[in-house]
Design a protein around this ligand. Structure first.
Ligand SMILES: [Zn+2]
Length: 141
């Protein structure tokens, strides 16, 4: 049986999930792994998600004082809800957590970067609509 490594949104530990299984819970803390809600991450947890997940990742680098970033807030959330266990949507406050932003040379906000198997696959530095975000996520699967 194929299994996927999925990082827990609650405790950041890695679970092996059988693709055929109906339930996906963290083997450490029993949190729902298939909760699609965008996850607010720190430098440390963001790095674990990028490096350890077998599912693709989107990271939204945002700032609370950036108008376009906050205007995209609901669209990002709505897009994320369509991809439980398919694409992990992350958000990182680039004012508070600058290490990951620096590592990937993020200079404009918002910037959204897609990662697969720990590698950046592409990025966009502008506000996107729910449809644009959903099409992009679909493309990563
Ligand atoms: Zn957990």
């Amino acid at each position: 049986m194929e299994s996927l490594k999925v990082v827990c949104p609650e405790c950041s530990s890695v679970s092996n999930v059988k693709q055929e299984s109906q339930t996906a819970v963290c083997s450490s803390c029993q949190a729902d792994l298939d909760d699609p809600f965008p996850l607010e991450v720190t430098d440390a947890s963001c790095t674990i998600h990028i490096e350890e997940n077998d599912i693709p990742i989107l990271v939204d680098f945002y700032s609370k004082v950036c108008g376009p970033c906050m205007a995209m807030y609901d669209d990002y959330e709505d897009a994320a809800l369509g991809f439980p266990m398919k694409v992990r949507f992350l958000k990182i406050d680039a004012d508070k957590h600058q290490e990951v932003a620096r590592k990937y040379g993020v200079s404009a906000l918002p910037t959204i970067i897609a990662f697969k198997n720990g590698e950046e696959v592409n990025r966009i530095s502008s506000q996107l609509s729910q449809i644009q975000l959903s099409l992009w996520a679909q493309d990563l699967i």
